[in-house]
Design a protein around this ligand. Structure first.
Ligand code: AKB
Length: 316
């Protein structure tokens, strides 16, 4: 059996920063190679060993995979929902071609793959509460379209070629280590930074719009648990629904105010409001719970406590 060697593509992003560190803790520093488009000098030491890589260049990617004897790829590089609407064709190209390059190399070189999907697969025609695993997926954003198509490509490579590719439909992810990269759920991270600096925040999402969310610690654990699950237990080869939190900006503001009593929330919805309204408020994750034992650990107040504690430490 080959020694496990993991390549994380998009290692400097919001998920990649924490996932790379968690993978190193689990598998050992030298078993994990981080890759992204940044120059080495701009990459923190805890993400090294590091290689600059453009996932759009299939030859460069395959050469690296063969040279490093990679066995597992976490392919996280993508353009998120709000940024994707500004450059739809660029987003489509990056989100689709990057994934197809990874899947095709996985087919020829027998790699295991993790690829993140999103609640953005759902659209205005889908159910709003506890959206089922197999609900209608008719998204209205290019990011969502790329996630639906990507999920179907993952399933195709699994069905046709036996590629062991696994995926989670992440909700909005909340973390303190790295900023989110241009999504609709970014308000739920920005609020903490602004609350600590200015004791106020203007949300670009309306007060009563509920969205599915998750604390990064839960998201990382979900990813590791799915990748550890025996292949024969997995019944979903598109992307698993995973539920953790569902809250509105107003509910989040109330929780923040409990810890920072002077905090004030204002609302100025922009184009991201329409995207938020097209997504469900919560998802039904019984497949993930049944197949690989998914269970979230952070509720809203535990998440807010941990975010504020860690961000305060960073500011000191
Ligand atoms: C976004 O808002 O685009 C992302 C997502 C839900 O996938 N955070």
């Amino acid at each position: 059996m080959k020694a496990e060697k993991i390549l994380v593509i998009g290692a400097c992003g919001q998920i990649g920063t924490e996932l790379t560190i968690a993978l190193k803790a689990k598998h050992g520093n030298d078993s994990v190679l981080a890759a992204d488009v940044k120059l080495l000098n701009d990459v923190p030491f805890n993400l090294r060993p590091y290689v600059k890589l453009n996932v759009m260049d299939k030859l460069e990617l395959r050469t690296l995979i063969l040279k490093e004897k990679v066995t597992t790829v976490y392919h996280l590089a993508a353009m998120l929902s709000a940024n994707g609407e500004k450059q739809p064709l660029v987003a489509w190209d990056l989100n689709m071609q990057g994934l197809l390059n990874v899947l095709d190399i996985a087919k020829s070189d027998q790699l295991k793959v993790f690829w993140p999907s999103s609640i953005a697969v759902f659209g205005p025609t889908g159910p709003k509460a506890f959206s089922p695993q197999h609900a209608i997926t008719e998204p209205s954003t290019v990011y969502g379209i790329s996630k639906v198509a990507g999920e179907l490509w993952c399933k195709y490579y699994f069905d046709q070629y036996g590629v062991d590719v696994r995926s989670i439909r992440y909700p909005g992810l909340i973390s303190y280590s790295a900023p989110p990269g241009g999504g609709t759920t970014d308000y739920a991270v920005d609020i903490f930074h602004q609350a600590l600096k200015h004791r106020q925040y203007t949300s670009f999402i309306k007060a009563h719009t509920a969205l599915p969310m998750m604390y990064m610690a839960d998201a990382i654990r979900a990813t590791l648990e799915l990748m550890d699950a025996p292949a024969e237990k997995l019944t979903v080869r598109t992307g698993y629904n995973v539920h953790a939190l569902s809250f509105t900006p107003e509910q989040l503001a109330v929780e923040v105010e409990k810890q920072l009593p002077a905090f004030k929330m204002y609302y100025k919805p922009d184009s991201r409001q329409l995207i938020a309204e097209s997504w469900p408020a919560s998802v039904d994750d019984r497949h993930a719970r049944h197949d690989w034992g998914w269970e979230p650990q952070y509720d809203l107040s535990a998440m807010v406590n941990d975010m504020l504690k860690n961000l305060k430490q960073q500011l000191q």
